[in-house]
Design a protein around this ligand. Structure first.
Ligand SMILES: [Mn+2]
Length: 278
């Protein structure tokens, strides 16, 4: 059995299939770690979701901001943006089946894997983990979001209130809605924050463009990190797969932006890529 972590697919179905061919992906023994943003911006979101649903037993998936946006569109609480490419998927015969599946998926995944004699605890989220969160807190907050998505009475409300950049910091005075919005932003949109976990969501460039007083979240001392911990995340294509931190791996190598889709073998660290077609 092999575990492969793959970055943001964003509807790049042809590249995904070529990449799985390259790693000789075998549904009888291999497992994929997909960090989210399975859909949107790229050409084939429907094909991606149909395929990933068909191999869902082989996948550990965390939801990304585009996956949550898809759920909000499907639930009719948002109108599509000009840059969304989700129309065909939203009109699909099985859309309700796919949306029900996506609503079950967490914001964090983890497992311990034997890597060349050493056991590593891999933890994956779409965008990151703020410096002040423990592993237990991260799982707790993921569950709070998942419970909101699964609730027939609360789901639409959550999908409406999850958009927005504020609050940027946890405090005792926050309402339940504000907490959920902040947790969702930590898991699915964060790039820059300060050591207290205050997020800055306007900047999208490289770490060299850090806004004053902020750093990439993974450059802070992270409560969640233990000796055997290895973090995986996507979302930030401008990093081009480079964090500068040994036990933190950036998976998004910008396929939808004309670059490449990358898979990393979590047992031995080998890296495989497929360039964007067309
Ligand atoms: Mn993203």
């Amino acid at each position: 059995m092999a575990n492969y972590a793959i970055g943001d697919i964003q509807g790049c179905y042809q590249e995904l299939i070529l990449l799985l061919d390259k790693i000789n992906f075998d549904t009888s023994k291999d497992r994929l770690w997909l960090c989210g943003d399975l859909v949107n911006r790229g050409p084939d979101s429907l094909e991606c979701i149909e395929f990933l649903y068909s191999i869902k037993e082989n996948c550990l998936i965390t939801l990304g901001n585009h996956d949550l946006h898809l759920i909000a569109l499907a639930e009719g609480v948002m109108e599509p943006n000009e840059t969304d490419t989700l129309d065909k998927l939203l009109r699909a015969h099985n859309i309700n089946l796919y949306i029900d599946w996506l609503k079950q998926l967490p914001l964090i995944q983890s497992d311990t894997i034997a890597t060349q004699g050493v056991k590593k605890k891999y933890i994956m989220t779409h965008a990151g983990i703020p410096p002040h969160w423990s592993f237990e807190e991260a799982n707790q907050h993921s569950m709070e979001i998942t419970n909101s998505l699964r609730s027939s009475t609360y789901c639409k409300h959550f999908l409406k209130i999850m958009y927005g950049n504020k609050p940027s910091l946890e405090s005792k005075n926050l309402s339940k809605d504000e907490c959920l919005r902040l947790y969702t932003n930590y898991f699915t949109r964060m790039r820059f924050c300060n050591e207290h976990g205050e997020i800055e969501l306007m900047h999208k460039g490289s770490p060299a463009d850090s806004p004053k007083g902020f750093k990439p979240w993974f450059r802070h001392k992270l409560t969640i990190m233990e000796e055997s911990t290895h973090l995986l995340f996507g979302h930030w294509a401008a990093l081009e797969g480079i964090t500068g931190v040994d036990n933190i791996t950036a998976l998004d190598t910008g396929c939808v932006w004309g670059k490449k889709l990358t898979a990393i073998n979590l047992e031995d660290g080998r890296v495989f890529s497929c360039n964007r077609l067309n």
